[in-house]
Design a protein around this ligand. Structure first.
Ligand code: SAM
Length: 198
């Protein structure tokens, strides 16, 4: 039986202790350790970045010569260093141009997405919204990544998941499904990783 929902679980407490802004930081940390998606000096886009847990881990991974640009509809308290943010809806048509400007490079090495819709409790509707966000993340990744670049996106399992996974497989040499340890037991979320943009 899944453990009861505990908003202050061990990952929450570890995040607090390490001054990480969200427990989700441990999800990208695990994925980063496994696949080395972000490299020193690399340029990274983080979609659905508030409050900034992913940004903290990704900034560490690219180091002082890298660049990380986070996007969210919600404001993100400044992190400084190599991190820049854009407050916008990811569906905004001018986002790709704004990202290139902030990246200060023509292409990105990694596009990460932890985008999640406000859930309604209506399973099919929530899955559809999650997939629409993941598809938008994939479109931006296709546009921004250079060949060899990587992609990771959260998506709720169900609905059109197989079609989304097939699209990732088509755009990348290798595609994987990962469920990080920090994912809550009851959650239907997984991360789709696309390695080496074709
Ligand atoms: C799970 S949270 C991200 C947590 C973040 N990765 C971290 O580590 O701090 C999901 C985020 O997606 C954002 N979001 C959802 N729909 C969005 C949209 N259409 N455009 C921009 N951000 C969106 C939400 O505002 C929310 O901050």
């Amino acid at each position: 039986m899944p453990k009861p929902y505990d908003p202050r679980d061990a990952f929450y407490r570890r995040a607090k202790a390490q001054q990480l802004r969200a427990r989700s930081a441990f999800k990208i940390e695990e994925i980063q350790q496994r696949f080395r998606l972000a490299r020193p000096g690399g340029a990274v886009v983080d979609l659905g970045a508030a409050p900034g847990g992913f940004l903290q881990i990704l900034a560490r991974a690219v180091g002082p010569a890298g660049r990380v640009v986070g996007v969210d509809v919600a404001p993100i308290r400044a992190l400084g260093g190599v991190v820049e943010t854009i407050q916008a809806d990811v569906m905004a048509p001018d986002l790709e141009a704004r990202l290139r400007e902030k990246l200060q490079r023509p292409n990105a090495d990694l596009v990460a997405s932890d985008l999640a819709p406000k859930t309604t409790g209506i399973r099919q509707a929530d899955e559809a919204k999650s997939l629409a966000l993941a598809r938008r993340a994939l479109d931006l990744a296709r546009a921004l990544l250079h060949p060899g670049g990587h992609f990771v996106a959260k998506v709720f399992m169900g609905g059109e998941f197989d079609a989304f996974f097939a699209a990732v497989k088509g755009a990348f040499e290798e595609a994987r499904v990962v469920r990080p340890e920090a994912t809550r037991a009851r959650s239907r979320e997984v991360y789709v990783v696309g390695l080496r943009r074709r």
